[in-house]
Design a protein around this ligand. Structure first.
Ligand code: PEP
Ligand code: CO
Length: 447
């Protein structure tokens, strides 16, 4: 294989990249980006990789979630804390159900670039570039807003830095201290039909912690604190390249824009630019896989992306849809196993279950999401494999984008608070309910 460099992807076909009218401005912005300090560090990246290796071996469970696309406007204290809280609450429920440590990875601090199925959007006979995420262009349907603007790369980097700075400060300040789970209540928890089950599980964790501490005669320093890691789709390759660097006293190149970048389903071609870029970075990486991926193709992808079979390096996030997973998943799991490889398998039950209603609104049904997840647990179990994580699009706010759940959101309810510019997310209550359902399923395995 030819030598890898941070720019070797430029020799390959790069799908889903914006076309900027002014290339000199792009160059200037990229030079700035390449000098700005990193958003994450190599030792955090290596810590996550070690934890993902444990998850692949069945010793931990990954919870990855956040917006389909973050927006610059939503970079607010409330939106960030609510996202941390819902992930924390879900993870506690999962710890309790699975009896395993949970790795929390947000789709945040950089999830600003989106792949689109059409390059152009047409309205009333006018055709303009599709909205591709706040890193690239703007939502309003005007030529000025939809023309890709390189300055947005800097604005995106800054928003990511502001987000991660606040998250780090909250965690340092004890936001996620397991001794005080009562601090994490979102006001709605009181009213949720699942409030009782949630409280019971959290109280049980607190009691166990107290028991452990009275035995040990000390505070459980490290275990009472939790980590959050960041992830985003590594879609915009010039942006990713600008933050890919060598670091002192470690071999290799680290993408320091996020801990866990992933390759989206539309850009996972073996000969494509994204696979070329990702093969050379030292981060743990994930790839979305779904219908259309063949067992041979997946094995080849694993050989290119993880030639040294490094523990924790490779995660496959499968997203088939509830109708296709039963036929689609087993051949992939078997092919990877035949190669003697250990990868981390994660289920994204969102992206194969998107549907458009008659009025054009995109939604997902809670029951379909849950069905894909339950099938994923069953299939991995039957295959003697391990489903080591879940990947959700969710928010800590009271939006109405997905239908169903305990409150039975209907098509009419979607009008009330549909805020996503791209894919529909679980709202806080649906997300917590999902975690409780998974915890019950995993609890069955643990006993
Ligand atoms: C996404 O995660 O928002 C996404 C576009 O997913 P996929 O690549 O699986 O379609
Ligand atoms: Co999405």
């Amino acid at each position: 294989m030819a030598e890898w460099t941070p720019t070797s992807w430029q020799e390959r076909p790069a799908l889903q990249q914006p076309v900027y009218p002014d290339t000199a401005r792009v160059e200037r912005v990229l030079r700035d980006l390449a000098c700005l300090p990193p958003l994450v560090t190599s030792w955090e990246i290596e810590r996550l990789k070690a934890q993902l290796a444990e998850a692949a071996r069945g010793q931990r469970f990954l919870l990855q979630g956040g917006d389909c696309a973050e927006s610059f406007e939503d970079c607010t204290s409330q939106s960030i804390t609510n996202k941390l809280k819902i992930l924390l609450q879900m993870s506690l429920v999962l710890v309790h159900g699975a009896r395993k440590r949970v790795i929390r990875v947000g789709r945040f601090a950089g999830q600003y670039a989106k792949p689109r199925s059409a390059d152009l959007e047409e309205r009333d006979g006018v055709s303009l570039p599709s909205y591709r995420g706040d890193l690239i262009n703007r939502v309003p349907f005007t030529l000025a807003d939809r023309t890709p603007d390189p300055e947005l790369l800097l604005r995106g980097y800054e928003r990511a830095a502001l987000t991660i700075n606040f998250i780090r400060a909250l965690i340092d300040g004890g936001f996620a201290d397991l001794h005080h789970p009562e601090y994490w209540d979102l006001s709605w928890v009181k009213h949720s039909p699942h409030a009782e089950e949630y409280r019971r599980r959290v109280a049980s964790i607190r009691d166990s912690l107290q028991f452990f501490e009275s035995l040990a005669g000390a505070q459980a320093g490290e275990i009472s604190r939790v980590d959050y890691f960041t992830s985003h789709e590594g879609l915009h390759l010039l942006y990713e390249q600008a933050q890919t660097r060598r670091v002192p006293r470690r071999a290799g190149w680290y993408n320091l824009s996020t801990h866990l970048p992933w390759i989206g389903m539309r850009t996972a071609q073996i000969e494509g630019a994204h696979v070329e870029f990702f093969r050379g970075i030292a981060n743990p990486i994930a790839v979305k896989v779904g219908a259309g991926v063949t067992p041979e193709g997946l094995v080849k992808l694993a050989d290119v992306l993880d030639p040294h079979r490094e523990p924790g390096r490779l995660t496959f996030i499968h997203r088939f849809g509830q109708k296709k997973i039963a036929a689609g998943l087993p051949p992939l799991v078997e092919a990877v196993r035949r190669e003697g490889r250990t990868v981390l398998w994660v289920c994204d039950p969102m992206h194969g279950n998107t549907e458009s209603l008659a009025n054009g609104i995109k939604t997902r049904r809670f029951d379909h999401i849950l069905s894909e997840l339950e099938q994923a647990f069953d299939l991995h179990e039957e295959l003697g494999s391990y489903l080591g994580g879940v990947h959700f699009e969710l928010t800590g706010e009271d939006v109405t984008e997905c239908m169903g759940g305990a409150r039975g959101l209907t098509e009419e309810d979607l009008q009330r608070a549909y805020r996503s510019q791209v894919d529909p997310r679980l709202n806080y209550e649906q997300a917590l309910e999902m975690a409780l359902r998974i915890a019950r399923r995993m609890g069955r395995e643990a006993v």
